[in-house]
Design a binder for this molecule. Structure first.
Ligand code: FE2
Length: 383
């Protein structure tokens, strides 16, 4: 609940105080643009009805008062009166310092290592998740928090992986198809389709935008070896930043290049950093794939040795077993990774058995949207 409002110099901003002792300043123009009245925002879909050009450039606060714990403001020169709920203002406060150091992630993301998660792998049963209730919400929330989760209890049949995507969104189709087969082939067009081990990697960094989710489902797995493993790229990036800040700076400030031209008619290329930061230093994505790294040509000569030192150290840390969580997929099991964060790997396999997996891509924004909608439903049901 708000307790006090003080209008600042020339009505350019105001300072609010809440009963819990917190305070925050808000600018006149920001408040006016975010007014919640039905002339500013559609009461139906919540979309803004005005543009920034509809707001006078000299917008300022004429009067402001706390009424019933909420804020009421009159804007000049429009003379428009608007009410802002206390909780809305607390939720949208922006009056805080800039992040101290690059590489931060928001509080909903938890980094992990083998020690913290090998025996607590997030998982759900497909039948339970299909009820579109708490089991699905918790599974999607785990994908958001940890960047991976296992799904048990799928039919061990071709195409079953699509029913996982149907729980939260849509398949992202690529030149590999709606889904692709991962099994040993003669003359494969991709090294994934051999029995070789694959270094931990993110998929398809040569696409822009990169596929943000990958699902791998197992239909048959009777070979020796062939275990899957996952590595938290955000945890490794943080470890690199601690140990070798200059290496982290190089990998996050210089672009790498990625390319795939393994099939006729396909020449996919991208130019993106291995560690991607947002403009405010937020850790956005990790791209790491030895098979599709193209010649890097955007690092100045004077930085290239250090860049390769950083790349090598990043690779060594990714290989470090203390970061690796390993499991063998059984028929009817699948796992999902946030392909902008979590790397996946496969151990080499041999023997006379068969290993047949199918993979597909989907979009994380759709998953997060379904998660937020489910969370809203649960919250409203609880109120
Ligand atoms: Fe892969």
């Amino acid at each position: 609940m708000l307790t006090e409002v003080v209008v600042g110099e020339e009505g350019r901003f105001l300072t609010l105080a809440w009963a819990n002792g917190s305070t925050a300043r808000f600018h006149a123009g920001w408040l006016r643009d975010n007014a919640l009245d039905d002339k500013t925002r559609s009461s139906g879909n919540g979309q803004r009805l005005i543009t920034v050009l509809d707001i006078p450039a000299d917008t300022r606060i004429g009067e402001a008062a706390v009424a019933g714990g909420d804020l009421s403001v009159q804007f000049l020169p429009e003379g428009k009166a608007v009410r802002f709920p206390s909780g809305w203002l607390a939720l949208h406060a922006y009056d805080r310092g800039a992040p101290a150091q690059a590489g931060w992630t928001d509080g909903g993301i938890e980094r992990w290592t083998r020690a913290t998660i090998q025996h607590a792998v997030p998982r759900a049963h497909f039948a339970a998740a299909s009820a579109q209730g708490a089991a699905l919400r918790d599974w999607l929330a785990a994908v958001h928090r940890y960047g991976f989760a296992v799904m048990d209890g799928l039919p061990a049949e071709s195409g079953a992986l699509i029913s996982i995507v149907d729980l939260f969104g849509y398949v992202r189709e690529t030149n590999y198809g709606r889904w692709f087969e991962v099994r040993a082939e003669v003359n494969p067009n991709n090294l994934a389709y051999t029995n070789l081990g694959l270094q931990a990697h993110t998929d398809n960094p040569y696409r822009d935008p990169v596929p943000t989710l990958q699902i791998l489902a197992c239909i048959e797995n009777t070979v020796e070896g062939g275990e899957s493993s996952v590595v938290d790229g955000f945890a490794v990036a943080a470890a690199l930043q601690d140990e070798y800040p200059e290496g982290f700076r190089l990998l996050s400030s210089r672009a790498a290049r990625f390319e795939y031209a393994g099939s006729a008619g396909v020449r996919l290329r991208s130019k993106r950093p291995m560690i991607e930061l947002g403009p405010d230093g937020e850790l956005i994505a990790v791209r790491f794939n030895n098979r599709s790294l193209a010649p890097v040509t955007d690092v100045p000569f004077d930085d290239m040795e250090a860049y390769y030192r950083a790349y090598r150290r990043f690779a060594e840390m990714i290989e470090d077993p203390s970061f690796e969580v390993t499991f063998k997929l059984e028929p009817g099991q699948a796992f999902i990774v946030d392909n902008t964060r979590v790397l996946h790997a496969r151990k080499a396999f041999s023997g006379t058995g068969k290993r047949w997996l199918q993979g597909c891509y989907a979009d994380r924004d759709g998953l997060l949207s379904t998660l937020a909608a489910l969370q809203k439903n649960f919250k409203e049901a609880a109120e």
